[in-house]
Design a protein around this ligand. Structure first.
Ligand code: FAD
Ligand code: NAD
Length: 518
């Protein structure tokens, strides 16, 4: 497998990097939008120059196709002729050319792993690499029954601390319990994602940057309410299945793809399930709170600071965008949540009328379905441990990751003396959950909120402007010289990039700043 060296991709300040955070993109020529691309792929035009033939591509052949008008790229062993796509690429032609005539898998994974390139580029498929690329080993898919004997995972080159989990199962008259031994401390129920649909059982156990997968077609039917229990100290995970009929199971099931494998996240595709839209409520003039219900056989809790991908088919193409789930409200610690966290997901989404995904999403009716992925993201709860001061810098919908962080920190971090939210918006009408934030600040003496508007009306008496050194130096200040602080920052890419630079100038270390990007 060819590999393009890519430690600094996308280059700091490049258009592509900006695009990964949100809206700053390379301006595309008229008639070169994604919709135009979809139209072209459906026109029947020969986009590979091979008249529909698929070929085996050798490394020597691949390297030859390295020019803009003749550009082949390999992604996960499949080779695409991306020349026709050049002008449609939102990140620009130059970024695409970085992988010309070579293996672009790493570059692709680092920038937008969630993009469904198979669907987007299917008319550009030239063929397969003749040399099979090396991927982390997966369990063989032989259809032999699982009878509780531990299948040995093949896990090459894992760091020493990442030892592959193993599983076992036992049964009573009415229950089947699957036990997974992760041998990891600090596991919690957020680490366990279970799906059961049409007889197929899938459990993904997240262990740091890896996940352990059980994937089987169960030998008997079960009820859909599945319970997952985690013993934090030992890392033992128990998944309890209720039998539909009280018969004795001779074996657990037949293995399905990647069963009993332990793989790095970046090696894995995203898994989606269909969720039902059950409510949408206005938050501001252009932003709504949507509640999605997961299928009955799913157990999934999105960890704080992490996002999911929502997927819809728009004009025949699968379009995927990331969103950061929030709580039902900022007061949800005061009473039992209306809906359990492992069955319902709330997202606050701003609708861009000229956007690709959001206008379509907003057209969904109550009862319609949207696909939702497993969570991703590099924020870890442990970053909040022993914290004394927490600063949250949010702009626009960049507020969404702050919701759970704020709530969790106030409820769980005993040493926390202060949480300050600096919330940047264009106008007063754009401020999300303003009443709730003001109420929280009244009630909770450790919490303070400041709104800063970049396009205020003349009645606005609060702070004005965009993120700047004078604003930050007043707001983000340690109250004691050695305070343990964390500063979280999220918003449009230029806002986040500028904020990171300014915080560096204010002598905060890299570990003290967490920025949210895709
Ligand atoms: P897009 O098609 O991306 O367009 C957005 C805007 O950019 C429009 O005004 C459009 O006209 C303009 N535009 C599009 N292409 C170009 C171009 N080539 N040149 C110039 N302008 C262009 N958003 C939320 O609302 N809530 C969240 O919780 C949330 N969480 C996120 C989490 C992560 C990790 C990331 C990276 C983003 C998150 N976002 C969130 C943003 C979200 O993923 C989408 O980017 C957003 O919803 C816009 O999608 P869209 O397809 O509707 O708009
Ligand atoms: P917006 O356009 O309404 O702007 C909100 C504020 O951001 C402005 O008032 C201004 O203070 C600041 N801002 C905007 N552009 C700026 C620039 N060029 N330089 C400095 N400051 C600037 O914001 P929006 O439409 O709500 O967009 C929110 C952004 O946050 C989107 O790009 C979205 O992708 C991103 N987001 C990222 C995540 C994540 O986890 N990575 C989560 C949610 C949202």
């Amino acid at each position: 497998m060819l590999n393009v060296p890519s430690p600094a991709f996308p280059a700091p300040g490049s258009q592509q990097r900006a695009a990964s955070g949100g809206r700053s993109k390379v301006p595309l020529k008229q008639g070169r939008s994604l919709m135009d691309w979809i139209r072209l792929t459906k026109s029947g035009k020969d986009l590979t120059g091979l008249k529909g033939r698929l070929i085996e591509v050798t490394e020597e052949e691949l390297i030859k196709h390295n020019k803009k008008d003749d550009c082949w790229v390999c992604i996960r062993g499949l080779v695409y002729n991306v020349s026709p796509y050049m002008e449609y690429h939102p990140g620009g032609e130059d970024e695409l050319m970085r992988a010309a005539g070579s293996d672009g898998t790493d570059l692709f994974d680092q920038v937008h792993r969630w993009v469904n390139y198979e669907s987007m580029l299917k008319e550009c498929l030239v063929g397969r690499m003749a040399v099979k690329p090396v991927v982390l080993a997966k369990e063989n898919h032989e259809k032999k029954p699982l009878n509780g004997i531990l299948l040995k995972s093949k896990v090459p080159d894992l760091p020493v601390k990442e030892i592959s989990p193993s599983y076992d199962w036992f049964q009573t008259e009415s229950l089947v319990t699957i036990v997974i031994y992760t041998k990891q401390k600090d596991m919690d129920s957020e680490s366990v994602i279970v799906d059961y649909q049409d007889g197929c059982f899938r459990a993904e156990i997240v262990v740091n940057d890896y996940s352990y997968l059980l994937h089987t077609e169960l030998s008997h039917e079960i009820q859909e309410d599945i319970t997952a229990r985690v013993t934090e100290k030992t890392g033992k995970v128990e998944i309890i299945l209720k039998k539909k009929n009280n018969v004795s199971w001779k074996y657990l099931g037949h293995p399905l793809e990647s069963h009993n494998s332990f793989t790095a996240h970046r090696e894995k595709g995203l898994y989606y399930r269909k969720c039902k839209l059950i409510s949408k409520v206005d938050v501001t003039h252009d932003t709504k709170l949507y509640c999605l219900m997961m299928p009955p056989g799913t157990h999934l809790q999105v960890p704080i600071g992490q996002h999911v991908y929502l997927k819809q088919t728009i004009a025949g193409a699968e379009i995927v965008k990331p969103y950061t789930p929030v709580l039902e409200s900022l007061h949800s610690d005061l009473r039992e949540p209306l809906h359990p966290h492992n069955k319902y997901i709330y997202v606050i989404i701003k609708i861009y009328h000229t956007g690709l995904f959001t206008p379509h999403f907003d057209c969904l009716q109550i009862g319609d379905y949207v696909s939702l992925s497993n969570p991703e993201g590099n924020f870890k709860k442990s970053q909040l441990q022993d914290l004394e001061e927490l600063f949250l810098l949010a702009a626009g919908t960049g507020f969404t990751p702050m919701v759970k962080i704020l709530n969790y920190a106030l409820a769980n971090i005993t040493n926390l003396r202060k949480v300050k939210l600096m919330f940047f918006n264009k106008t007063e009408e754009d401020i999300l959950w303003r009443n709730q934030l003001e109420q929280l600040a009244d009630k909770e003496r450790r919490f303070e909120v400041e709104f800063i508007l970049s396009e205020p009306t003349c009645e606005w008496i609060g702070k004005q402007g965009r993120i700047s050194l004078p604003l930050l130096s007043k707001f983000v200040k340690r109250s004691l010289e050695n305070s343990r602080v964390l500063i979280c920052i999220c918003g449009p890419a230029p806002f986040t990039e500028q904020g990171i630079r300014l915080l560096k100038d204010l002598n905060f270390s890299q570990e003290e700043v967490h920025s949210f990007t895709a």
